[in-house]
Design a protein around this ligand. Structure first.
Ligand code: FNR
Length: 362
């Protein structure tokens, strides 16, 4: 049957993938309250569409950190994409490039920065996890820069891995025929089987829990790439990110996989946007599955959004064609939402085009 929306890929992926892999992709932390809330919160925001505006021409294009892209819909870093499909990150890179948008490659990709660069032209960001061994980090950042990556998305919500109970039950581990390719030559590319989640053990062994704001400064000293701080959900941390030289902020709760009972990202967004005071762009990821969700995020002040799970699910279902289709469906839905709301360009999308429970009546 024809796939007509992004969410439908999840059920197809569930049928196709081994249980251990599907559960790793789909799960959130602990009670998965935030996982449901990332979706539910969007349904509490309604539209205030404007009528009788000439919407015969609609421009979805925008600029992110100076890079022109076709739409404000980008790809979030998701680890280990070759578990979903043999072409993994290559397929995602090609689909993003074909759609004229940005792909963020995970540190824990099953393809290296060089391999992804070799798939052809495209604007790509590199997501960074900071390892205890800073030589490893410095090398990796240098390789990403040399491979033509344009920005670092520094993930700051993962000093330890969140408690994902499905991964514990399944004894999740990277299948032995795959490698965390960016770390292959550094003896850190394999994941040992553990008594619980192999990934949680890997993180406990390798990731630097001491990471703090001074390290953001250190990172700036070793690269000329701009740094997006990924995982901010409060005004306090927004101000610190700006003070410490972040080029942008990604409002993210890691797809609800880290601390459970944090608010949905769409609820946290406005607080962050206000605290950023227009000094840096604010992006959002988490639960975006419809063009209407994209519009709501932009109306609340986001400069763009990123999608995570829709990429791995569509990759599992149909490879590159699936990821292309997800990007195309979101694009078309978003364009339709703009038309039906009376917006012809992204800058015409305003806070008054939506209403939330906490708004005063107009
Ligand atoms: C992620 N995410 C993530 N984030 C990150 O900084 N580095 C990573 O390697 C990964 N890996 C990863 C794997 C999988 C399977 C998922 C689902 C998520 C988080 C990701 O970048 C993003 O924040 C969320 O996926 C966004 O939420 P949605 O779109 O999945 O709801």
């Amino acid at each position: 049957m024809e796939v007509t929306n992004v969410t439908e890929y999840q059920a197809i992926a569930k049928e196709k993938l081994p249980k251990m892999v599907y559960d790793y992709y789909a799960s959130g932390a602990e009670d998965q309250w935030t996982l449901a809330e990332n979706r539910n919160a969007f349904s509490r925001i309604l539209f205030r569409p404007r009528i009788l505006i000439d919407v015969s021409k609609i421009d979805l294009s925008t600029t992110v950190l100076g890079f022109k892209i076709s739409m404000p819909i980008m790809i979030a870093p998701t680890a280990m994409q070759k578990m979903a499909h043999p072409e993994g990150e290559y397929a995602t890179a090609r689909a993003a490039s074909a759609a004229g948008t940005i792909m963020t490659l995970s540190s824990w990709a099953t393809s290296s920065v060089e391999e992804v660069a070799s798939t052809g032209p495209g604007i790509r960001f590199f997501q960074l996890y900071v390892y205890k061994d800073r030589n490893v980090v410095a090398q990796l950042v240098r390789r990403a820069e040399r491979a033509g990556f344009k920005a670092i998305a520094l993930t700051v919500d993962t000093p330890r891995l969140g408690r994902r109970e499905a991964d514990i039950k399944n004894r999740f581990v990277l299948p032995p025929f795959l490698t965390l390719k960016n770390f292959e030559g550094l003896d850190l590319g394999k994941m040992d089987q553990a008594n619980d989640s192999g990934l949680a053990s890997y993180v406990a062994g390798q990731i630097d829990r001491t990471l703090s704001w001074k390290d953001v400064k250190w990172l700036q000293s070793i690269t000329s790439m701009p740094i997006l701080v990924k995982g901010v959900i409060t005004a306090e941390d927004t101000r610190l990110a700006v003070q410490n030289g972040a080029a942008g902020i990604i409002v993210s709760n890691h797809g609800a996989r880290q601390l459970d009972y944090v608010p949905s990202t769409i609820m946290a967004l406005e607080e962050v946007v206000k605290a950023a005071q227009g000094r840096v762009p604010v992006f959002l990821d988490g639960g975006v599955r419809r063009g209407t969700d994209v519009f709501k995020a932009l109306a609340l002040g986001a400069s763009g959004i990123f999608i995570g799970r829709p990429v791995v699910f569509s990759l599992a279902a149909e490879g590159e064609a699936g990821v292309r289709k997800v990007l195309q469906m979101l694009r078309e839905e978003f364009e339709l939402t703009m038309a039906l709301s009376g917006c012809r360009s992204l800058k015409e999308i305003t806070r008054d085009h939506i209403m939330t429970e906490w708004d005063a009546p107009h």
